[in-house]
Design a binder for this molecule. Structure first.
Ligand code: BES
Ligand code: MN
Ligand code: ZN
Length: 492
């Protein structure tokens, strides 16, 4: 968790007792333009000479500022000034200034949304994951310890505190997701969730393999049965007084994905300790909402299992009975996420919530179609649209993808109710996974389907590098801030 101290100040940046003062440059048509700070305009030729262009992520440094002990850095804003460029510029500066004690962000921004974004970017950037560094700890520069945001806007303590709660939980998600699969397995993930929830107004229930079997969760049991470290379902409930709406949350918590008997090729297995990222995101989301006191009821089902290979693992063509009774013929044990999620979707539906949102590192096809920075969103058009719109505000790209009806036949089975995929058919892989999940979204008494959005974060959950904006390499915590925005805008 970041221990960054953030304060705001209306004083002249050069008068502050800090190590580095950061100003901003825009990439103008005719070259870089310094944003405000007319007193520094004379530096422009020198800055251009050392390569300043003003493009995003750029940080150019000069040795000193007249009349101050601080050195000067100029961060690029890119061509256009938005809240997100402010967030990214603050983050890019704080990230690249790791190893520095104190930094003043004098980006010349006074608009409230820009200032909040700067604070958020700084807090997100002051993150580093060093849990596993033993003899090389000194190779990692410590995150910036203190940031002063120079602005004429006044930022109430409550606003700073709110941003801190959010970014602390994003850091929690990143910590959990970055953890080694040797250490994070279903029980230890459940323990970590219980620990993280301490003091928050939520209840946490952990279902062990006996309870899962008794409850008919054949997907989670089936995928978990190949490991000596048995599966778990963690149910986190937040039911504040005054809530009028209830949202069910379902997360994929595969703590390691070998592919199972349908084993992955060696190179494709790299990174599969992160396959629990969706469950981590929803743990982070529900704890953020609870600690902020958001008046919406939330129930999260975090479906945890290790997809391993052993004599007890499920076979190809095994038929599993999911919660609710649907039978699924497993055509490929590497399409395991949808199987554990199916139980979670049914459990969430049983409570008849106003909406269900699921988050999963579900398919490699998501990376093929959208790359590594954009989350695929499927399901109910209106809810998916709300997620995409919220992502524009938070600077986390989300994109609405269809669930084409003709792909449903890929899941037809000879003997069972359905399969988990059609062998050899890779057409629309992300969409087929979404169509599979849709089968487990409940119907109401009036015949209507519960509004549902499915987020495939396989690409965006982890930054494979290089670092950019406020993000270093490793887990990103993507979708926590976006889904919080969705809850605030549409469910309270
Ligand atoms: N966990 C993977 C998806 C994934 C791939 C996440 C790469 C992050 C990075 C998922 O369980 C999986 O193995 N999907 C298969 C599905 C296939 C068997 C239909 C895939 O994408 O290859
Ligand atoms: Mn898999
Ligand atoms: Zn997986």
């Amino acid at each position: 968790m970041s221990s960054l101290t953030v304060t705001t100040s209306a004083a002249a940046p050069a008068s502050l007792d800090v190590d580095v003062v950061v100003i901003a440059a825009r990439a103008g048509k005719d070259g870089p333009e310094l944003v405000t700070h007319p007193d520094l305009a004379g530096l422009l030729p020198a800055l251009t000479a050392v390569g300043l262009t003003g493009k995003a992520d750029e940080l150019v440094r000069l040795p000193s500022i007249e009349g101050s002990r601080a050195s000067l850095a100029v961060v690029g804003l890119g061509a256009e000034l938005t809240a997100d460029t402010a967030r990214r510029a603050a983050g890019a500066a704080v990230r690249q200034l790791a190893g520095t004690g104190s930094v003043a962000l004098a980006l010349g921004l006074d608009d409230e949304s820009h200032v909040h974004a700067m604070v958020e970017g700084a807090m997100l950037a002051a993150y580093s994951f060093t849990d596993y560094r033993a003899k090389t700890a000194s190779k990692v520069k410590a995150p910036v310890a203190a940031v002063t945001v120079c602005t004429q806007a006044s930022v109430p303590d409550a606003a700073l505190e709110r941003i801190r709660v959010i970014t602390d939980h994003v850091a929690l998600v990143r910590d959990l997701t970055n953890r080694s699969g040797g250490d994070l397995y279903p029980q230890s993930f459940a323990d970590a969730a219980t620990e993280a929830a301490k003091g928050a107004p939520v209840t946490v229930e952990v279902w062990d393999e006996k309870k899962l079997a008794a409850e008919g969760c054949g997907g989670i049991i089936g995928i978990g049965q190949g490991s000596s470290r048995p599966p778990r379902l963690v149910k986190v409930s937040y039911a504040p007084a005054g809530a009028t709406k209830h949202v069910g949350l379902v997360g994929k918590g595969i703590t390691y994905d070998t592919g199972g008997i349908s084993v992955k090729p060696a190179d494709a297995m790299n990174g599969m300790q992160n396959d629990m990222g969706g469950a981590a995101v929803l743990l982070g989301l529900i704890l953020t909402a609870a600690r902020l006191g958001l008046p919406v009821r939330l129930t999260a089902y975090l479906c945890m299992a290790e997809n391993l290979i052993s004599s007890t693992a499920i076979r190809v063509n095994d038929i599993l009975t999911m919660r609710g009774g649907t039978t699924v013929e497993v055509m490929n044990t590497d399409a395991e996420g949808r199987l554990v999620m199916a139980d979670g979707m049914v459990l969430a539906s049983e409570e008849n919530p106003d909406a269900i949102i699921d988050v999963a590192t579900l398919t490699g096809a998501a990376i093929v179609s959208l790359g590594r920075r954009t989350v695929g969103v499927m399901g109910d058009d209106e809810l998916a649209g709300a997620v995409v719109a919220a992502g524009r505000e938070t600077g986390e790209p989300h994109w609405h993808m269809p669930l084409p009806e003709e792909l449903r036949s890929q899941l037809d089975s000879r003997f069972a109710d359905m399969t988990n995929l059609k062998p050899g058919n890779r057409d629309g892989g992300m969409l087929v996974a979404g169509i599979f999940l849709r089968e487990f979204v409940g119907t109401r008494a009036d015949g209507s389907t519960i509004p549902w959005a499915h987020l495939d974060i396989a690409g965006a959950a982890v930054n494979e590098g290089p670092a950019y904006g406020y993000l270093d390499a490793g887990a990103t915590g993507v979708s926590v801030r976006t889904l919080l925005t969705v809850l605030e805008k549409h469910f309270v």
